[in-house]
Ligand binder design. Structure first.
Ligand code: MLT
Length: 261
């Protein structure tokens, strides 16, 4: 059975336990890859997928504003975009905030995005030693599921918000669990089963526009959704709920410190 684990917060799992595959071998004694899907639906991973889909050369995550500024100082400025948020709001002096709507071919095409967000980049860096690190959001849901289906050990890591569990991340993790467990051979942990149940409840057996409407309603009442509504960015919730808008699966290559296809 292939382990399929959900972690509601980075604080609930040690980095070295994520995506581990070293003990799993196929019949020819080849190590079988494991992987970790990092999830921050509102909005870091949704925004990263949008950036890569808009033609960004790479996205480089940073924990702090200072580290992003320093990288920008030493980089060829024209080829770089400084981006991110604190409290959901754009950072003074940065080129872009953390709204997926800002990431277009005109703003990021062919450029490197230096990104720092409150929780999303933290979760990414937490997962850096996992075999494969996949960027997951509803906007690239099916691409993530297809890639995860080929792995022998899947961890789904929810970013949460400031150490609190967030509903939208759990729902996405649950949607992936529901899709993967349509095939036999997976062994979900309890958190995966809880997430799947939550997702199936919200989805209510619907598809297409009806599903999206239900998902938007659920996200609007989540902590991350309420924060976006409060700061006047409710339209980002609609964007984040566009299931399968993109058929791409960006990955974080920790050895190079960058996210690309
Ligand atoms: C984060 O990384 O904490 C989030 O993406 C915050 C946001 O919605 O901008």
């Amino acid at each position: 059975m292939r382990p399929l684990r959900v972690h509601f917060l980075p604080e609930l799992v040690a980095p070295e336990d994520l995506g581990t595959s070293s003990l799993l071998f196929d019949s020819r004694q080849r190590a079988i890859p494991g992987g970790c899907v990092v999830i921050d639906v509102l909005r870091a991973t949704t925004t990263i997928v949008a950036a890569v889909a808009a033609g960004a050369r790479r996205v480089v995550p940073f924990l702090s504003i200072e580290a992003a500024l320093e990288a920008h100082r030493v980089a060829a400025r024209k080829a770089c975009v400084l981006a991110g948020e604190r409290g959901g709001r754009p950072i003074d002096g940065f080129d872009l905030g953390n709204s997926p709507a800002e990431y277009t071919p005109a703003t990021v095409g062919g450029r490197t995005v230096l990104l720092t967000t409150t929780n999303g980049t933290k979760a990414l860096l937490h997962a850096r030693s996992a075999g494969q690190v996949i960027i997951g959001a509803f906007v690239n849901f099916s691409a993530v599921c297809a890639a995860a289906a080929d792995l022998t050990h899947v961890d789904l890591l929810c970013a949460g918000t400031d150490g609190q569990i967030t509903r939208e991340d759990v729902l996405f993790a649950g949607a992936v669990v529901a899709r993967l467990t349509e095939s036999p051979g997976w062994q979900p942990n309890d958190a995966a089963t809880v997430a799947r149940d939550a997702w199936l409840h919200v989805a209510g057996g619907q598809n297409g526009d009806a599903l999206r409407t239900r998902l938007v309603a659920a996200m609007r009442s989540s902590r991350g959704g309420l924060n976006l509504i409060e700061i006047g960015m409710a339209s980002d919730i609609e964007l984040a709920a566009e299931i399968d808008r993109y058929a791409i699966m960006p990955r974080y290559f920790a050895d190079r410190g960058e996210i690309t296809l």
